[in-house]
Design a protein around this ligand. Structure first.
Ligand SMILES: *Cc1c(COP(=O)(O)O)cnc(C)c1O
Length: 411
């Protein structure tokens, strides 16, 4: 394969094989696939032949989407799921059992914090670092730890995980590093290249890009040495070598939980992926300019954006991120009342709980996304009652600047 640049690669790396020369992957909207003989279907079920049998397990359209993400994230294989949360649940539960512990970063997406609460009922406990620094992770690792988990860019804390350093810590303790790369997307950071072992993307966000389908995908780097004693669920799959983790997932938990993606949504993601680079380029440029502009208004709001030198995580962002600093910024309005007035006064952004759209979106996280969290969890995840999160879109920046200015000055 040629060594193409990011955008060329998105458009041309995988030429879909189909008999009519369609330039888009066909949507195989079929629940099941027939075969010529009982022997052939037996070989597929026994993993002795490639092929499709039932869309809950895999499907040709979904497979094209998986291959594209595997390439982008520089992994060895991916499994696409019905949502980002489904991908995270599968990623954790594929290797964990009662008695195991997760060491997790502090500034996590609140849905993930909820999930980690839920799996306590199955005897899987999570401990959280207070500050997102490599040495803090090491302090919490015990002989029960079976996975270290962090987000490339915490949402909405906007803390940046030093992936290479945290991977080194995890590996020293024979534990894999699982990274949620949703907020960065593979355009800005490729965690597997930095030493992470498994990466999850909620493809509902930047990968899809236009918010027209919920989905998630996990990608294995294939480099972690699984030990059948420490990870008993993988014992029977070690014969698949590098593919052990993915083989267990597709033959076990993933198909049995029934978290499959729909072929139509895989197709929509393939369309979205073509412009991932272009959209991110514009969204990151807009976010940086808007962040600087909000500060320049000098009206008592504090702005948090990894691209600003004032961000505690600017240095690691500069070292680790390619092409930009992300498209999310947050700012503190001084009080909840003022925050609500600003949100209500904006004319362009939609008020909704999502990120990664072509359109600019705003939300007051404390009263929405973080509503299930305790006061301590809110603080640890960087959520304050005067905080507004902005997911910056591809609009003309002058329009965004003017709209934020009028909303802030009138609040
Ligand atoms: C949205 C999001 C998720 C969950 O993804 P869904 O597709 O909504 O299930 C997980 N992690 C992060 C960082 C997210 O932003």
């Amino acid at each position: 394969m040629e060594d193409y640049g990011f955008n060329t690669s998105l458009l041309h790396d995988i030429k879909e094989e189909n008999p009519y020369g369609a330039t888009m992957v066909p949507v195989y909207q079929s629940s099941a696939f027939f075969h010529k003989s009982a022997e052939e279907l037996e070989r597929i079920f026994a993993n002795k032949a490639m092929g499709f049998s039932y869309t809950r397990i895999n499907n040709p359209t979904i497979e094209v989407f998986e291959k594209k993400i595997t390439k982008l994230e520089k992994g060895i294989a991916s499994v696409a799921c019905a949502s980002g949360m489904a991908a995270l649940s599968n990623a954790f539960l594929n290797i964990l059992q009662a008695g195991d512990e997760i060491v997790a970063a502090a500034g996590l997406y609140s849905g993930t914090v909820d999930l980690l609460h839920d799996i306590e009922a199955f005897g899987i406990k999570t401990v959280y670092v207070k500050e997102n620094r490599p040495e803090e992770f090491e302090k919490l690792i015990t002989d029960k730890t079976r996975v270290v988990f962090a987000e490339t860019i915490g949402n909405p804390k906007l803390d940046i995980t030093d992936i290479a350093a945290v991977a080194e810590v995890a590996h020293r303790h024979k534990v894999p590093l699982l990274i949620d790369n949703t907020v960065a997307s593979p355009y800005l950071t490729r965690p597997l290249e930095l030493g992470a072992d498994i990466v999850v993307n909620s493809s509902s966000k930047y990968i899809n890009g236009s918010s027209n389908a919920i989905s998630g995908i996990l990608t294995d780097g294939g480099s972690f040495q699984w030990d059948g004693e420490r990870y008993p669920g993988l014992k029977n799959y070690l014969k698949y070598g590098k593919m052990a983790y993915i083989a267990r997932l597709r033959n076990g938990l993933f198909r049995n939980i029934g978290a499959c993606l729909s072929p139509q949504n895989a197709f929509l993601n393939c369309i979205g992926l073509e412009t991932l680079g272009l959209r991110m380029e514009r969204e990151c440029a807009n976010a940086l300019e808007l962040a600087k502009y909000l500060i320049s208004l000098d009206v008592g709001i504090t702005v948090n954006y990894p691209g600003l030198e004032s961000s505690e995580y600017h240095e690691i962002a500069k070292k680790q991120m390619k092409n930009g600093y992300g498209a999310i910024l947050t700012f503190r309005a001084g009080s909840k009342e003022r925050a609500f007035k600003i949100v209500n006064g904006l004319k362009i952004p939609y008020i909704l709980s999502n990120i990664g759209d072509t359109k600019t979106l705003v939300i007051h996280p404390e009263s929405t996304l973080a509503i299930h969290l305790t006061k301590e969890e809110k603080e640890a995840t960087g959520v304050f009652d005067d905080l507004i999160r902005v997911s910056v879109g591809i609009e003309n920046i002058e329009d965004l600047k003017a709209d934020f200015k009028q909303a802030i000055l009138n609040a």
